[in-house]
Ligand binder design. Structure first.
Ligand code: MN
Length: 252
């Protein structure tokens, strides 16, 4: 995700072309885009706090609150940020900021959307598109982002809370199987006849060919893992029965 800004040129391009250029190309074009050093979410946090500390409640503050929400800061987090900053920046400034933040986070039709954006902002890989091709083998909604489709297939698979795939087996005559690398959130991996294991970022699971298993999110967390297709001879997937609610709810 990269930041593009035209507000400077739109508003002041004719009147102050240098200022417009510095705004659009340097501040937004360069500084905001140094996401390898500091994430967009963290940059939003710093910017909102700095503007709030000056007592600004103009259109630029509203823009940065809206951007903060898009960059994954949830309603609970902005409430916590402004409460914390109130002690350092001043009580009346927090009041003024809260009045605007309340409006920006008002359409609570989408707390789910907020959680998804927060999850997306917590990882370096994209969420990708709805995983329609495999939806029949999943309970709940999942998303698929192909990262590598040559040499070795690597996919980022994202599960909404409670979503999991059916029991399945990665078959192969030789080689084959799958490696899961957890990149964000919390989830589960379970082999048939064994206890489920909790997966957190950095966790790696090696699944040999022929082993019946499932993987998916925890009940209360979004979850993403990279799925690495280990090359094998005559590799194919066999999809089996869903993980029942009883099996799944027994995990928590
Ligand atoms: Mn699998």
């Amino acid at each position: 995700m990269s930041v593009k800004q035209t507000a400077g040129r739109d508003a002041l391009g004719a009147f102050a072309p240098k200022f417009a250029e510095l705004n659009d190309d340097v501040l937004f074009g360069q500084v905001w885009n140094r996401t390898d050093r500091l994430s967009l979410r963290d940059r939003s946090l710093v910017t909102v706090t700095a503007l709030m500390a000056q007592g600004l409640t103009d259109s630029s503050f509203r823009y940065h609150l809206t951007t903060a929400r898009q960059n994954g800061i949830t309603k609970e987090e902005i409430a916590e940020i402004l409460t914390h900053a109130a002690f350092y920046a001043g009580w009346p400034k927090a009041w003024a900021a809260f009045n605007m933040a309340k409006e920006v986070w008002a359409d609570d039709a989408a707390p789910e959307q907020d959680a998804m954006q927060a999850h997306a902002a917590s990882m370096v890989f994209p969420i990708g598109a709805p995983n329609d091709g495999f939806a029949q083998y999943f309970s709940g909604r999942s998303y698929l982002a192909p990262l590598s489709t040559a040499q070795v297939g690597i996919f980022n698979v994202t599960f909404e809370p409670g979503c999991r795939n059916n029991w399945h087996i990665h078959h192969a005559q030789a080689g084959g199987g799958q490696i899961l690398i957890c990149v964000a959130g919390r989830g589960w991996y379970q082999e048939w006849g064994k206890a489920a294991q909790l997966l957190t970022p950095g966790g790696v699971v090696n699944i040999p060919a022929g082993v019946k298993h499932w993987h998916g999110a925890a009940q209360d967390s979004w979850f993403s893992h990279l799925a690495v297709e280990v090359p094998g001879t005559d590799a194919r997937n066999e999809w089996l029965e869903p993980v029942t609610d009883e099996q799944y709810e027994a995990l928590a």
